[in-house]
Design a protein around this ligand. Structure first.
Ligand SMILES: Cc1cc2nc3c(=O)[nH]c(=O)nc-3n(C[C@H](O)[C@H](O)[C@H](O)COP(=O)(O)OP(=O)(O)OC[C@H]3O[C@@H](n4cnc5c(N)ncnc54)[C@H](O)[C@@H]3O)c2cc1C
Length: 290
């Protein structure tokens, strides 16, 4: 056993320098809903915890001319309750609203969900479908990274030692855009996704899909952005045939594991079904936004 140091810096620069100066294992602490469980289970044993919840840049939601930036330490519940954000990105809210219970959502953050790098993380597919980027800060400065480039495998990220995800940036949405996230779980709540599907699409004035992004979770070692699935929607009116082709492209991209929640074959089939249903919801939302 060793002593653990807990620090709660007030600035991002102070957090970065604490992490850079750590000699042993150091961890960022956001909501702690993954990390504290891992520490109690003995899976991680950090010498330094850097709590980021007191850093203003990391705990605010800012809208600027249709562009949203929210801090990586914003609890999911605050996103859900932010009216303008929820109106702009209902699919991201679908994901944030599925994390645990109200109590868990009061602590859990999208930053922690992303950096914990579970392939089944519920906020991640919708953020990838949204085209979100993260601002990553470390002792070598700041870099902007697409969300899909952060997780590399279960529990693994592309962040280098001491780097912090500071905030998420969501681009301004064209008119007639809609997004949605759906997951399948064997129970009704408090379970891990067997499959998750996030879809974001935009229609032109004639109702033809002009842009789309399709991302699936829990069917590979990380969430997958499936460009072939998006291509099946673009240029169509998102009719039954296009949805069928999109679902087939989703199933073809899956490389899932077998576990107690579902077999490979089951996950591959359900992924197509969930993507089709999520696309239908995204389409309905886009049609309502003129
Ligand atoms: C009862 C319960 C139910 C749950 N249900 C779900 C669910 O339905 N769906 C789901 O996806 N998850 C679920 N989770 C898991 C967890 O709540 C989420 O993954 C949550 O989003 C993690 O966020 P956090 O802020 O608590 O992360 P923390 O536990 O604070 O951190 C998680 C990891 O990310 C690192 N980290 C955190 N923030 C940053 C940052 N800004 N920069 C760099 N590294 C960072 C930490 O060092 C740690 O390794 C559940 C957990 C519990 C306890």
């Amino acid at each position: 056993m060793h002593e653990m140091r807990y620090e709660a810096p007030k600035t991002l620069a102070a957090a970065v320098s604490l992490l850079a100066g750590a000699s042993g294992q150091a961890r960022v602490l956001a909501g702690g809903t993954d990390l504290l469980i891992q520490m109690r289970g003995g899976r991680v044993d950090p010498e330094l915890l850097v709590d980021i919840k007191g850093i203003p840049e990391m705990t605010s939601i800012v809208a600027d001319n249709g562009v949203f930036r929210f801090g990586a330490a914003v609890p999911c519940m605050e996103l859900v309750e932010h009216e303008a954000f929820a109106k702009a990105w209902p699919g991201v809210i679908d994901g944030a609203n599925l994390i645990g219970s109200i109590q868990v959502r009061g602590r859990a953050t999208a930053g922690g969900n992303l950096c914990n790098a579970s392939p089944a993380a519920d906020t991640v597919p919708a953020l990838i479908a949204a085209g979100a980027t993260v601002s990553v800060v470390g002792s070598n400065g700041r870099r902007e990274v697409p969300v899909e480039d952060i997780a590399t495998g279960p529990g693994k990220t592309s962040l280098v030692r001491g780097e912090i995800v500071a905030s998420f940036l969501l681009p301004r949405r064209p008119p007639r855009s809609g997004d949605a996230y759906l997951r399948f779980i064997p129970r009704t709540e408090m379970d891990i996704a067997v499959v998750g599907a996030g879809i974001n699409l935009t229609l032109d004035e004639a109702g033809v899909c002009s842009q789309a992004r399709v991302c699936i979770g829990a069917v590979a070692e990380r969430a997958l952005l499936v460009r072939e699935a998006a291509a099946a929607l673009i240029g169509t009116k998102v009719d039954a045939e296009a949805l069928q082709r999109m679902a087939a492209a989703v199933s073809a991209a899956c490389r899932p594991i077998d576990d107690k929640r579902g077999t490979k074959e089951y996950r591959i089939k359900v992924a197509g079904v969930m993507a089709r249903r999520a696309a239908q919801i995204a389409l309905d939302r886009a049609r309502r936004k003129n």
